[in-house]
Design a binder for this molecule. Structure first.
Ligand code: SF4
Ligand code: SF4
Length: 159
């Protein structure tokens, strides 16, 4: 376990700087230095008056495979949301009033998030998942013209 800080909750009163025995909380970026965090002793978590610090696991269990019926249902739902996103994207430019265009843009973004959620739930897009690495490797191996090979290889390198 190691500590992480939600910078949007941090009020910068610096209590965590005084309690941390290793100086992990004192960084220029506002993020806690994971390499200095001593096994998640949680002194900073308990001390933070804004509840801005939480502990994060160093390892994650492999996601359990989803039944095929569920994955298919999620893919169908993702496809619907993706279509709704495409329609909203057009309306965000072509709608008559600025209010309608803003609403369409919000719907576009919300449908994008729901599509991603569906795919994630179906077992993809989890960075720690072996499925993502397998998917990327397969995509790279079978890549043809136009495929963003360099981006896929870089992503695989980072995971
Ligand atoms: S104690 Fe909490 S609110 Fe204060 S600086 Fe640390 S993280 Fe931010
Ligand atoms: S969990 Fe302990 S070592 Fe890690 S940042 Fe918080 S106080 Fe420092």
């Amino acid at each position: 376990m190691h500590a992480a800080r939600n910078v949007s909750l941090c009020t910068k009163d610096c209590v965590c700087l005084f309690v941390c025995p290793s100086g992990a909380t004192d960084t220029e970026t506002g993020q806690i230095d994971e390499s200095k965090c001593i096994m998640g002793c949680r002194l900073c978590v308990d001390a933070c008056p804004s509840h801005a610090i939480y502990l994060v696991s160093d390892t994650y269990p492999e996601p359990k495979p989803k039944p095929d019926s569920l994955r298919k249902a999620l893919f169908r739902l993702a496809a619907t949301k993706s279509e709704a996103e495409a329609v909203s994207r057009v309306l965000a430019v072509t709608a008559d009033t600025s209010g309608a265009r803003r609403l369409a843009r919000a719907l576009e973004l919300s449908n994008r998030l729901m599509t991603e959620d569906c795919l994630r739930e179906a077992g993809y897009l989890l960075p720690q998942s072996k499925a993502v690495k397998k998917l990327l490797k397969a995509a790279i191996d079978s890549a043809s013209g136009g495929f963003p090979l360099e981006a896929a290889e870089r992503l695989l390198e980072l995971l």
